[in-house]
Design a protein around this ligand. Structure first.
Ligand code: NDP
Ligand code: GDR
Length: 327
């Protein structure tokens, strides 16, 4: 039987790398879409270069997406590409909207025109709940996004739903709560903390400046969350699912836990910098993933403490092996 073909946008990102590994394990032919950059430093997928086929495209370039759909005729398309850093979305709101919101529409149009039988997954986000209207958040919780990024994701979410309803496409969204890993970008708070702990431990850094440490997030391990994406694409009917751990912790909890893993006193090193506070904050998020658990049979394998340990140990190890955290 011919291999199933999957196209992943955002393949060079955190989730793209874990999803590629999962789909390869399942026997898929994996096409990963990358955009041209001056560095082309795809460190998260360097170990997969012989196994996946990289193809060139950009979510803002409709013609590139049309061409890819026509050429590849994928069975499944996972749209993981986005300007995904919330803080930057205030600095670059129009760019964020073009990539994160309209980019999803470009991809849906390309599928509709050139590969109408392809199934489509949209990477929706708990940031759509923002100033959350109910606790915990499930598939029926109203959206109240708090950043240009959150607003862009709401657009992408609804246009996915609209294409499902308008054109009978298999189009689904995973509303994923924060998920992290040793492959997390260094600007996100968890990795900023784990990499700083490693550098402090090695005597290369003394202070770690953070913003609001009281905010609470529902954190999980990215490797667990890409399994949910795949499961959503294998159902009889497309639908949207909330994916999270069902527990939340504060940024301060992450700090305390991470410094403890390295045997360091956080009080000596952590400082506050207003520059890292956001114009509008998402104070607390908490998922109710029960629908995904019952209907998809999905569950977490890595809990919060294991996640923090994994990230801190990986950064300590990287420093030991390479003498640097630049990857
Ligand atoms: P990353 O920021 O690690 O990866 C984003 C990916 O998008 C990168 O591969 C990046 O490429 C690519 N990209 C950015 N702009 C474009 C563009 N114009 N055209 C094509 N590709 C582009 O994100 P994550 O892996 O953490 O997240 C994956 C998706 O899930 C994102 O859409 C994110 O918004 C969403 N999400 C993430 C959550 C999380 O906690 N991680 C939670 C909920 C949703 P390059 O390497 O060239 O920059
Ligand atoms: P988030 O992730 O905005 O939830 O978006 P991030 O790790 O950037 O922030 C989490 C919380 O920590 C607070 N914070 C800081 N954040 C950063 N980055 N740096 C700091 O120094 C700092 N100090 C405190 C933030 O204010 C925030 O409340 C992530 C992304 O992956 C999105 O793409 C995804 O949709 C959501 O998770 C779910």
């Amino acid at each position: 039987m011919a291999k199933r073909k999957a196209l992943i946008t955002g393949v060079s990102g955190q989730d793209g790398s874990y999803l590629s590994e999962l789909l390869l394990e399942k026997g898929y032919k994996v096409y990963g879409m990358v955009r041209r950059t001056s560095s082309s430093d795809w460190w998260r997928i360097s170990h997969l270069m012989n196994d996946i086929e990289l193809v060139s495209g950009d979510l803002t370039d409709q013609s590139s997406l049309n061409r890819l759909m026509a050429q590849i005729q994928p069975d499944e398309v996972y749209n993981l590409a986005a300007q995904s850093f919330v803080a930057i979305s205030w600095e670059q709101p129009v760019y964020t909207a073009n990539v994160t919101a309209v980019g999803a529409l470009h991809l849906l149009e390309a599928i509709r025109e050139s590969a109408p039988r392809a199934r489509f997954y949209q990477a929706s986000s708990s940031e759509m709940f923002g100033k959350a209207q109910q606790f915990p958040q499930n598939e029926n919780t109203p959206f109240h996004p708090r950043s240009p990024y959150g607003v862009a994701k709401v657009y992408a979410h609804y246009i996915t739903m609209n294409y499902r309803e308008s054109y009978n496409m298999y189009a689904c969204s995973g509303i994923l709560f924060n998920h992290e890993s040793p492959r997390r970008g260094p600007e996100f708070v968890t990795r900023k903390i784990s990499s700083s702990v490693a550098r402090i431990k090695a005597g290369l850094q003394d202070k770690l400046a953070l913003g609001n440490r009281e905010v609470r997030r529902d954190w999980g391990f990215a490797g667990d969350y890409v399994r949910a994406m795949w499961l959503m694409m294998q159902q009889d009917k497309p639908s949207d699912y909330v994916i999270g751990s069902g527990e939340n912790y504060s940024v301060q909890d992450f700090v305390s836990e991470a410094f403890a893993v390295a045997g360091l006193p956080w009080e000596k090193h952590v400082t506050v910098d207003q520059a890292f506070f956001r114009p509008a904050e998402v104070e607390v998020l908490l998922s109710d993933p029960s629908r995904a658990q019952h209907e998809l049979g999905w569950s977490l394998e890595v809990d919060f403490q294991q996640l923090v340990r994994m990230m801190v140990r990986a950064d300590i190890e990287r420093l030991k092996q390479k003498g640097t955290l630049s990857l």
